[in-house]
Write a protein that binds this ligand. Structure first.
Ligand code: CP
Length: 307
């Protein structure tokens, strides 16, 4: 059997891997992927140190549907809490698990340490810097809705958080895509992701911009995306952060210049904060189909991990 494949960052995927994972997720979503059981006999560990409704359920349900059995660990269950090293943890678990899906909301170096073996695939279900399986879900949703991603115009409004970082790494690999981010001042993408997205866009014939205001928004967008202001596992030290974020709420006014845009949200949502209820629950919103796609995309990821 070929060595397992780890997914800790979108950077871990070749262009071919990225494009085929998105197409495969869309096939699961459309019901055209058949009913394969490539993980029959496998055991998948699900280790979530932070809260999750969608991602944990998506990978658990997806693994079961692909024929695997699962072991779920809560935040206090592993000896990591008593000082066992990440390297030892990965080495031990790799003798008993085939895949480990983990949410830490911490430094991805810990996942890289778990992945320093080739028997157990490690999947990042959200670290502090990046949420790669969310980006795969988002592209799966765009693929399913538009029939393709090349040439789409996407406006992201909100914090440059781990969802935005992964989205920027993934979308800028598609020719003709326009990705514009409007992030509150002081809450933009981390420099690595901004520079990497700009570089990739240049190489793939895409465009990428980030601004920190809501003036002169681009018109005729295909999709408008936002994310919760209080990203899971984080807090904002500035007590006045809400004043900075307030102009970045997504409201129906945005649809005056982009009347055909669909609305995406990684969820969970806080209606009245990052988005109005009118938009989230309105006709442009495909956010709940996007949430369901977390499972379809998770199945594509699990299948890819075990070639
Ligand atoms: N979007 C997302 O990651 O949702 P959960 O935090 O519920 O997994």
């Amino acid at each position: 059997m070929a060595p397992v494949r780890h997914l800790i960052s979108i950077d871990d995927l070749s262009d071919t891997d990225l494009y085929s994972l998105v197409l495969r997720g869309a096939a699961f979503s459309a019901g055209t992927a058949g009913r394969p059981a490539p993980l029959a006999g496998d055991v998948v560990g699900i280790y979530f140190r932070k809260t999750s409704t969608r991602t944990r359920t998506a990978f658990s349900s997806g693994a079961l549907r692909l024929g695997a059995q699962i072991i779920a660990y809560g935040p206090d269950d592993l000896q990591l809490n008593t000082g066992e090293t990440s390297e030892d943890t990965g080495r031990v678990m790799s003798g008993m698990l085939d895949v480990l899906v983990a949410r830490t909301a911490g430094d991805p170096a810990e996942m890289r340490a778990w992945a320093a073996q080739d028997r157990m695939a490690v999947v990042n279900a959200m670290s502090a810097d990046e949420h790669p399986t969310q980006a795969l879900t988002d592209l799966t949703t765009l693929q399913g809705h538009f029939g393709g991603i090349e040439g789409l115009r996407v406006l992201y409004v909100g914090e440059g958080n781990n969802t935005a970082s992964a989205l920027a790494l993934a979308l800028t690999r598609y020719p003709g895509v326009s990705l514009e981010l409007r992030t509150p001042p002081g809450y933009g993408l981390a420099p690595y992701y901004r520079e990497r997205a700009a570089d990739q866009a240049g190489r793939h014939g895409a465009t990428f911009r980030e601004r920190h205001d809501m003036d002169d928004l681009p018109a005729d967008q295909d999709a408008v995306y936002t994310s919760r202001w209080q990203t899971t596992g984080t807090s904002k030290p500035d007590p006045d952060w809400r004043e900075i974020f307030a102009p970045f709420q997504v409201s129906a006014a945005l649809w005056e210049t982009s009347p055909k845009a669909v609305f995406l949200h990684d969820l969970p949502a806080h209606r009245g904060d990052e988005v109005t209820a009118e938009v989230l629950d309105g006709p442009a919103s495909i956010a709940f189909a996007q949430a369901e796609n977390k499972m379809h995309s998770a199945m594509a990821v699990l299948e890819w991990c075990r070639p």
